[in-house]
Design a protein around this ligand. Structure first.
Ligand code: ADP
Length: 434
């Protein structure tokens, strides 16, 4: 495109005026023809301005008006800009349509929310899984449509790191996994996935473990009973004594395993905490000290550091089992005469039950997996110490039920600190201990 500068445009207007001015001077016609020529030039400029204005007013959708010189250039540049921006818009729209089409075809429910939690868009699966329909619910607050208390708590707390599992509000037989993420200016994107199949399989696994453990208990009690009798009174043949002792040891181990498996199954199958009471920590810690003192070979120095001004509200059996698992582990994974401290204290936000030891410690890469069932850092050593591999899994489940969490700090050969962090609401002030 040729570029026109203002000078060329000036010449185009000035030359006719100069010719008219020269004619006026030559033929002595006065200033009237020159004035008329100047008016004509102004009218020409105004006409182009009017054409530009009309064209823009109509959205510059049609081809630009024909014009020569700088005016033609203005029309063409605006037209090109307009065309580029409309191509950009088309590309963006195509991308949005593509994303909408792919979200719309998903079997997961997808809901887009504005920064105030109003529904902007949702796909067809949102109707099947959540009962939402774009035509009816667009612009409405999501929390007014999904009223389950668990969902309201999850949605409003804005802690979306882990998904929420809940039953579909449309069909009680469908289990959903809900996840939410922020995008743009605090807009939110909600995904709901049907996890009924996984849920059912998980339930079958839990039932299977619970049933097998239960069924194994009776025959094992009988075997255990006979082995104990043999061991106490001696068999007919002394050559069998060692074998009987080993069988007895293994059957006791199996008993422990079954006990732990049944405890885990119970914790999983009854999601709500029952039989809550206020528990004094000092007597509990003394009992745990006794238990863990006998769990390991050799003597340990177990100290108690307990804030007697606070007690804990929870299920006594479950808490005893969790705390005792931590203390027994500390005794198992420390050497003779090592020091173990059991602590109970609070700060402004939480209450803490803590077990610190100066034992073998754990390499950092193993720490995140410790609460998995049967996970052991060192198989041979754990079997040696008589553990079932389920202790920390039980601790984790008990703490979840008490809205608490387990924190682990450890360094190889320096020892470990296992801390149960309870919400402040679990700590009960004990009167008369100010
Ligand atoms: P186990 O019955 O094998 O002790 P747990 O679930 O109680 O099973 O513990 C899992 C693993 O965590 C143990 O096998 C051990 O390797 C490690 N562990 C637990 N407590 C301690 C501790 N106090 N010091 C060092 N390692 C520990």
């Amino acid at each position: 495109m040729r570029y026109y500068s203002w000078k060329a445009e000036l010449l185009r207007v000035a030359i006719p005026l100069l010719v008219v001015a020269a004619g006026c001077a030559l033929f002595d016609l006065g200033l009237l023809p020159l004035l008329a020529a100047a008016l004509l030039a102004c009218a020409w400029l105004l006409r182009h301005l009017q054409r530009l204005s009309d064209w823009l007013y109509n959205g510059a959708k049609s081809d630009p008006p024909e014009a020569a010189g700088m005016w033609g250039q203005v029309f063409d540049v605006i037209y090109d800009m307009q065309r580029e921006s409309s191509q950009d818009n088309d590309r963006l729209q195509a991308m949005i349509d593509y994303l909408h089409a792919s979200f719309a075809s998903m079997s997961d429910a997808v809901v887009m929310l504005d920064p105030y939690g109003n529904i902007e868009w949702c796909n067809a699966s949102a109707h099947d899984l959540l009962g939402l329909r774009e035509e009816d619910d667009k612009g409405r607050q999501l929390v007014n449509l999904l009223r389950s208390p668990a969902f309201l708590r999850y949605f409003e707390a804005e802690r979306y790191q882990a998904p929420l599992e809940m039953v579909s509000p449309v069909n009680g037989l469908i289990n959903l996994s809900i996840s939410v993420s922020f995008f743009g200016k605090r807009n939110r994107l909600l995904f709901a996935r049907d996890v009924t199949r996984t849920h059912r399989l998980e339930q079958m696994r839990k039932d299977f473990v619970a049933n097998v453990s239960h069924e194994l208990r009776t025959p094992l009690t009988v075997i255990n009973g006979y082995l104990e009798t043999f061991s106490e009174h001696g068999g007919a043949n002394p050559r069998w004594d060692r074998a009987v002792d080993q069988m007895l040891q293994q059957s006791r181990r199996m008993n422990l395993l079954i006990h732990d498996l049944m405890m885990l199954s119970r914790l999983e199958s009854v999601p709500k905490l029952a039989d809550e009471s206020v528990i004094q920590l000092r007597p509990l810690m003394e009992m745990i000290r006794e238990e863990s003192g006998t769990a390991a070979k050799g003597k340990r120095r177990i100290e108690i550091d307990c804030d007697d001004k606070i007690a804990i509200n929870g299920n006594a059996n479950e808490l005893r089992s969790a705390f005792s698992n931590l203390a027994v582990n500390a005794a198992r994974y420390t050497a003779e005469n090592d020091r173990i401290i059991l602590r109970w204290y609070q700060d402004d936000y939480h209450a803490y039950f803590e077990v610190e030891d100066t034992g073998i410690g754990i390499e950092p890469q193993y720490i995140p997996r410790l609460t998995e069932r049967f996970y052991r850092v060192d198989q041979s050593r754990s079997l040696d110490t008589g553990g079932t591999g389920l202790g920390l899994a039980i601790v984790k489940h008990v703490l979840i039920r008490h809205r608490a969490e387990l924190r682990i700090r450890s360094a190889p050969n320096q020892g470990s600190v296992f801390t149960c962090v309870f919400p402040k609401s679990a700590a009960v002030q004990v009167s008369g201990k100010e």
